[in-house]
Design a protein around this ligand. Structure first.
Ligand SMILES: *Cc1c(COP(=O)(O)O)cnc(C)c1O
Length: 309
């Protein structure tokens, strides 16, 4: 039994225009607030089946929360090691799931090193984006779109480390939808896929400077770059301001709060079709947007960050 829910596929009256439908795959409605539960839940179930005695994560965001949520349902203890910089909201939600939260070090690297020292042979480490089990779990959202009898002309999604991108492309290919292009959106200051696609090889950004913390992988998974070579994928980069504005507009239009990481993808879908920068988005009559969600930025923070951006 998968741990994730089947999510609604909503045709947006707010962003659709005559001849241009916008469909929202509402991953924000997963019980822990993001699509992460699909892949993480699948990886955690596989770990439990292998006999793992404990689940480990070094994500202080939606991936760590998904591991905590999955572990609780599977009856496995969870330890999440996070750096001091972790936001209070996700930390509280991870603890609320009964996971042990260990705060260690000033960067993700230090927290991750500490986690590796704690690691026992019977532990399963759940990566936030770089694992074939995650991609397989994420691919299920495309199966649901196909089961609803809907084939989009293009898909818009956000990219951090590229797990979501890898999974969605896998899902599209499993449907034989090799002709459905994906627009992979990042924010300025977290655009590691854009840099890698431009260079034609993995690129490690010197730092993450975007408010879209869930897109803050300094280097994408090799698989994310690999799928850009086997599937039509175009990169797009929006500003923090555009992503934040999109979140607040989405809250008004669809009454759901999402992170700037998700606002990045929404920003493209909200733009009038004729004004969209990419021809593939101008032409798409049926645009599928993955509303990936995220719990790390409460509404008041969105407002505050937009004032400062
Ligand atoms: C993890 C996450 C992303 C990025 O997903 P990747 O698989 O790392 O590319 C985007 N949005 C939200 C809300 C996330 O939690």
């Amino acid at each position: 039994m998968p741990l994730h829910l089947q999510t609604p596929l909503i045709e947006s009256d707010a962003y659709g225009r005559p001849g241009h439908q916008v469909w929202l795959k509402m991953e924000a409605l997963q019980p822990c607030g993001s699509f992460k539960l699909r892949g993480v839940g699948h990886a955690c179930e596989a770990a439990a089946a292998r006999g793992a005695r404990r689940l480990l994560s070094s994500s202080g965001g939606n991936a760590g929360l998904a591991v905590a949520w999955a572990g609780r349902r599977l009856g496995l203890p969870v330890t999440v090691v996070v750096p001091e910089t972790t936001l209070p909201q996700p930390k509280a939600l991870i603890a609320q799931q009964g996971a042990q939260v260990v705060v260690h070090g000033s960067s993700w690297m230090e927290a991750n090193d500490h986690l590796m020292q704690l690691r026992q042979p019977t532990d399963a480490f759940i990566h936030p984006f770089d694992d074939p089990l995650l991609w397989q779990g994420h691919a299920s959202m495309i199966n649901e779109v196909a089961a609803a009898g809907r084939k989009p002309d293009a898909v818009v999604l956000s990219v951090g480390g590229g797990g979501l991108l890898s999974g969605v492309v896998q899902g599209l290919q499993a449907q034989g939808w090799h002709d459905v292009p994906v627009v992979a959106v990042e924010t300025t200051g977290a655009a590691s896929l854009a840099a890698a696609m431009q260079a034609g090889e993995p690129v490690t950004l010197p730092a993450i400077t975007s408010v879209a913390t869930s897109l803050g992988a300094r280097c994408v998974a090799d698989q994310a770059l690999a799928v850009t070579r086997t599937h039509p994928v175009q990169s797009a980069v929006v500003t923090d301001r555009e992503a934040l504005q999109a979140c607040l507009r989405f809250a008004d239009d669809h009454r759901v709060i999402v992170e700037p990481a998700c606002g990045a993808a929404l920003a493209l879908a909200m733009t009038e079709p004729a004004q969209r920068a990419l021809p593939v988005l101008q032409q798409a009559q049926r645009l599928l947007v993955i509303v990936c969600g995220g719990v790390c930025t409460p509404h008041a923070d969105l407002v505050r960050l937009l004032d400062a951006a």
